[in-house]
Write a protein that binds this ligand. Structure first.
Ligand code: G
Ligand code: G
Ligand code: MN
Length: 399
């Protein structure tokens, strides 16, 4: 695998090449402009496994070069190296990610030998796993087979009150217990299910299992709310609220204990059916949560149009918010808005104690994330609940 370096500063270029050679990197090619790099790539880039690119360059800058890499379908790793401030570096990093380029690091100049050592190790392992992961997506027929064979199972992730640490509910997250591939996560099959008319059947399976599990917990003394994910594609059949009501009644679960977390992955043209359905769900006292708030189409327009009663702040704002003033400002403003709209606020992706403490201080109602618990099979919840009690005291006691 070859390594390509691009920087208009000859000293920085020579320095980086020397460091990489010291670390045992053999085929290193240096280019003093993005133009010469593009010419080189035009004669074949399949053998290039890693590119280091400066941002500030006179003719073609780093942003344009990232765009070029995406256009030609470059599959290797990318490291951004720049003297620009961190905000700019992080923005270009996000841009590269959005282009689906495998970005290994964004480094401020000057780069240390230790940083380069880490970059090389991380790139080597990512290239190896990318080679292994090149498996075609599951087909609609495979999903239909899995539905018929009952291979979808729910895991459940606790949602707890930030003020007391009390368990208030769980979110059901579907997994496919695949006969040979093991546990398959939803990002590998939800989109296919949505595109091929299988999402209604899948949601019904998830909902039915969650309601049955909820009833069992209730009978064992754990009365909690059950959240199930629905996509906008579920909100086309006008009888959806009646289906939910019937399934809940069959399971013996009150409708006020059911929450539907709605995500919109694409823009809806015709809002008539979704608005009809969502309003009738609320009339039945079923909870409606706007999921992944702040990303994609999960936005202010939806808050204006749809009677949500819970707002789930996306984990990209939650995670690390205590250490990042920009995130903190967004979280604070969103929580205040949720309060003014009379909505419950839920922070998802809480992984660190510092973020928990800040969210608590800012008056966020509910937290969910690895700090509290990972998603788990339903029968593990009572055991988790017992181990949670002392931790709950510790997390909610002080601060
Ligand atoms: O744990 P995790 O990898 O499970 O979930 C990834 C994403 O898949 C989440 O954004 C979640 O909203 C979505 N998801 C999980 N279960 C379901 C489901 O039953 N239906 C739909 N539509 N999405 C789900
Ligand atoms: O529905 P939705 O996008 O909101 O999904 C929850 C997803 O987030 C699931 O994939 C779940 O496994 C994942 N998740 C839950 N808690 C955490 C967390 O603390 N950190 C991260 N990175 N992911 C989480
Ligand atoms: Mn969700």
């Amino acid at each position: 695998m070859k390594t390509l370096l691009i920087d208009d500063d000859p000293f920085a270029l020579a320095m980086l090449a020397r460091q990489l050679e010291r670390l045992g990197c053999e085929a290193v090619t240096s280019c003093n402009s993005a133009q010469s790099a593009q010419a080189l790539l035009a004669s074949g880039f399949e053998t290039i496994g890693l590119v280091f690119c400066d941002l500030q360059m006179p003719d073609i800058d780093g942003v344009e070069f990232v765009r070029h890499l995406a256009r030609i379908g470059y599959r290797g790793g990318l490291v951004l190296v720049s003297g620009e401030n961190d905000r700019i570096l992080q923005t270009v990093r996000k841009l590269a990610q959005a282009h689906r380029i495998d970005i290994i690091a964004a480094l401020a100049k000057p780069v240390s030998l230790e940083q380069l050592r880490q970059v090389l190790a991380s790139n080597a392992s990512r290239r190896a796993s990318a080679a292994g992961a090149a498996r075609p997506a599951y087909t609609p027929a495979e999903l239909e087979g899995a539905l018929a064979a009952g291979q979808f199972v729910n895991h459940y992730q606790p949602k707890v009150a930030l003020s007391t640490g009390e368990l208030t509910g769980v979110e059901a997250l579907v997994r496919w217990q695949h006969p040979t591939a093991g546990l398959v996560f939803p990002d590998e099959f939800i989109a296919t299910a949505e595109e091929h008319g299988l999402i209604d059947a899948l949601t019904r399976v998830v909902l039915t299992a969650a309601l049955r599990q909820g009833r069992a917990w209730h009978d064992a003394g754990l009365g909690i709310r059950l959240a199930v994910n629905v996509s906008m594609a579920n909100l086309a059949a006008l009888d959806f609220p009646d289906v939910v009501a019937r399934l809940a009644s069959e399971a013996g679960v009150a409708l006020s204990s059911v929450v539907l977390e709605v995500t919109e992955s694409r823009l809806m043209q015709d809002l008539r059916a979704p608005l009809d359905i969502l309003t009738r769900l609320r009339l039945k006292r079923i909870g409606l949560s706007i999921d992944d708030f702040g990303t994609g189409h999960s936005s202010l327009a939806q808050l204006r149009d749809i009677p949500f009663d819970e707002l789930k702040l996306d984990r990209s704002f939650v995670n690390g918010t205590s250490a990042d003033p920009a995130l903190r400002a967004i979280v604070e403003a969103t929580l205040q808005m949720a309060r003014q709209l009379g909505m419950e606020s839920v922070a998802e992706g809480v992984e660190e104690r510092a973020d928990w403490d800040l969210l608590r201080a800012l008056g966020c109602n509910v937290a969910q994330g690895y700090l509290i618990a990972r998603p788990m099979p339903g029968d593990e919840l009572p055991q988790w609940w017992r181990t949670w009690q002392p931790r709950r005291m510790e997390l909610a006691g002080s601060a």
